[in-house]
Design a protein around this ligand. Structure first.
Ligand SMILES: [Zn+2]
Length: 678
């Protein structure tokens, strides 16, 4: 034991104490990428895209796509193409049902007053042409001249008690989709006016000017329309209603669901000897106007990554990469599911780098994050992304403090703030969820800002976007892609030494987490921790040869480290009370259980069964409900038992009752998403 500790100590001392990406990537290459990447070029593209109200498969989404295609051709990218998928409300792409096109011709909301016995328009509260966000998404045609009734949350019968709703417009604090069945379907309201506030953060409800993105169902049972107004406007209306005043409104919407086409831009920088392997990039081009940070920022940043690397190759400054670097501008989540589920050869995608909200300037209060993904997809790519992030944090912090640094990475028209990126594991909420998902299990990175006080509102403006941040996001993309697209056997030692250094830090983290667990969980979680570390070592294999010698050394290092932090085993617990059922994924049903505007799980399970699934609302020590259900399915691999899956969830997100996991997996079995291995 003593000897092993000594050898481990020597190994640890031999590790570089200081993270520096220059051990992985040549400094001259980094300099050329930094110099070519332009925050201003990205910002200029953003200014154009933010003019469009980019609802999936709509004409304004297509306008934004056309701008991307024009620029890709102008920049001289390879394989510039428009990928098309039906938007017909029927076709199933994996677990995503294609949504119909939502086509709006006009929408207006006016207050009316009586002047000398005549009813005239007195004040405009909403107008599609000037502020399209004032119309809730998936609103359908309707017209009403009627009075306003306040229904509060509108989600329980008490909210309607004693009120005359039929034929009236209802004012609610909830999203239109959460009240439409009761207010319109049951009680016969003419339409909905909502002031549902912005997404929760410390600034929630603080800025009462914001008009938030509202939603109705893409597959409605009850057809209706909803107008979105600001909290400030709602408070004024409520005060007048409370004083007994009648408020007369005129609402008119001309909009319909139609069949059409989702069109997504794509392009590539073709590789050489490994051209049939892709290093892949995504963003999501859809979202309401202006949608500057969410997500014009990610779309123009991957466009700038494309422009930068292609320009360096065209100029002969960098050689053409070994692997192909490919870019895609889809509609969020649904587009990625369509793309992957109908892709002729997903196995060629070796990594995906997703950017969603990467440009928030100081006014947005954004914190930039680099997520390496869930432990269901263990990969050195997470370590690579974090290494680049640490390097940029150090350089940009030095720059902000007045030091002379080699990589200030600031745009002349942008800020000089330090990047201060947070390094994360699993963090959900965008297209990366689809790429990491168990059906595909593609490793990668997710770059994003959170919080953003203006997300999904009419104040998510281009003016809030910092060209320096766009440059830095594009730089992370370009550097990661350049390394991965050229990674070969020679790079393996540097990657393994990075993994060893990070394994040490992660093992320290394990000790802290383990202290919060009972003895049995502590044993299981420790075991899983080292399994993940070993799989991270093997994750280099799709990119390069892991020699027997290098593999042996890496495994020995982890074995030594494991001995150092071993938990005393408890006699007689093996197998006790464990659920040994093993499930495998049904390969015919690909994709996550809930996507955009459609939930496969909800659509296939009886409503009461769906709403009672305990894992769906479970919050653990380190994770939330959405993460538990997402990873529970991702861990289904034909080898893990149900109890193993419960232990892996515990390792990543915190302890969870076995019964909740059993119930969830049994539900997935009834809808044939997974099947039992006899
Ligand atoms: Zn987004």
């Amino acid at each position: 034991m003593k000897k092993q500790i000594l050898s481990l100590a020597l190994t640890i001392f031999a590790l570089s104490a200081h993270a520096d990406i220059r051990e992985l990537i040549d400094e001259d290459v980094l300099k050329q990428i930094a110099e070519e990447t332009s925050g201003e070029a990205a910002k200029r593209n953003l200014d154009t895209i933010t003019l469009q109200h980019r609802m999936r498969a709509s004409s304004q989404f297509d306008n934004a796509t056309q701008h991307i295609l024009n620029q890709l051709r102008h920049y001289g990218l390879d394989d510039v193409e428009l990928l098309e998928y039906p938007a017909d409300g029927q076709t199933m792409f994996g677990t995503q049902k294609s949504r119909p096109v939502w086509d709006v011709r006009s929408a207006e909301l006016w207050e009316l007053t009586e002047v000398n016995g005549e009813t005239v328009r007195s004040r405009r509260l909403g107008d599609w042409d000037s502020v399209p966000l004032t119309l809730a998404q998936d609103s359908l045609s309707g017209e009403a001249t009627t009075t306003l009734v306040d229904i509060g949350a509108g989600t329980s019968n008490a909210d309607y008690a004693g009120k005359e709703i039929r034929g009236k417009l209802v004012l609610t604090s909830s999203q239109p989709e959460s009240v439409v069945e009761r207010a319109v379907g049951e009680f016969g309201a003419a339409g909905i006016i909502s002031y549902a506030p912005n997404q929760r953060s410390a600034w929630w409800k603080e800025d009462d000017r914001l008009v938030r993105w509202g939603h109705l169902d893409s597959f409605p049972e009850t057809e209706s329309f909803g107008f979105m107004i600001s909290l400030g406007e709602a408070r004024k209306l409520q005060a007048r209603l409370a004083s007994g005043e009648q408020i007369l409104l005129h609402a008119r919407v001309d909009a319909s669901h139609q069949t059409g086409v989702y069109g997504f831009a794509t392009a590539a920088i073709r590789g050489t000897d490994r051209a049939n392997e892709d290093i892949h990039f995504t963003c999501h081009l859809d979202h309401p106007r202006p949608g500057a940070n969410d997500n014009a920022s990610g779309c123009v940043s991957i466009l700038e990554t494309a422009r930068t690397l292609n320009a360096l190759v065209q100029e002969g400054i960098l050689p053409r990469p070994s692997r192909t670097i490919r870019f895609l501008w889809p509609a969020e989540i649904e587009g990625s599911i369509m793309y992957l589920s109908s892709h002729p050869d997903v196995s060629r995608i070796k990594a995906n780098i997703h950017m969603d909200m990467v440009g928030g300037g100081p006014v947005t209060k954004a914190i930039f994050r680099i997520s390496g993904g869930p432990i269901s997809v263990p990969s050195f790519i997470a370590d690579l992304g974090h290494e680049i992030g640490h390097f940029m944090n150090e350089q940009t912090e030095g720059f902000a403090s007045g030091d002379t640094v080699d990589f200030p990475l600031n745009a002349p028209e942008g800020g000089k703030e330090p990047l201060l990126a947070l390094m994360e594991g699993l963090d959900m909420g965008s297209d990366h969820d689809v790429f990491f998902e168990g059906s595909w299990g593609i490793p990668g990175l997710y770059l994003h800002d959170w919080p953003d006080r203006y997300i999904h509102t009419n104040y998510d403006l281009a003016a809030n976007i910092d060209p320096t941040k766009l440059k830095r996001a594009a730089f992370i993309g370009a550097v990661s892609a350049w390394f991965l697209a050229n990674m070969s056997d020679e790079d393996v030692p540097a990657v393994l030494s990075l993994l060893e250094r990070n394994a040490l830090a992660r093992t320290a983290d394990l000790l802290e987490r383990r202290a919060q667990l009972n003895a049995i969980d502590a044993i299981a979680v420790t075991d899983i921790h080292f399994t993940v570390e070993r799989r991270k070592v093997h994750s280099v294999e799709p990119f390069a040869r892991l020699s027997e010698e290098a593999h042996g050394e890496a495994m020995q290092y982890l074995a030594d480290l494991a001995k150092l932090v071993a938990v005393p085993q408890i006699a007689g617990i093996a197998g006790a009370g464990r659920n040994q059922t093993v499930y495998e994924r049904n390969p015919e049903i690909k994709g996550p259980m809930s996507a955009f505007g459609y939930s496969y799980l909800q659509d296939h399970l009886p409503e009461d069964e769906y709403s009672e699934l305990k894992l769906r609302s479970y919050r653990g020590t380190w994770g939330s409900s959405g993460q538990y259900v997402y990873e529970a399915l991702n861990f289904v691999d034909g080898r893990r038992t149900v109890s193993d899956i419960r232990d892996w969830l515990t390792a990543e997100l915190g302890p969870v009752p076995l019964a909740f996991v059993e119930e969830y997996l049994a539900a997935l079995e009834t809808i044939e998403v997974i099947q039992r291995i006899p």
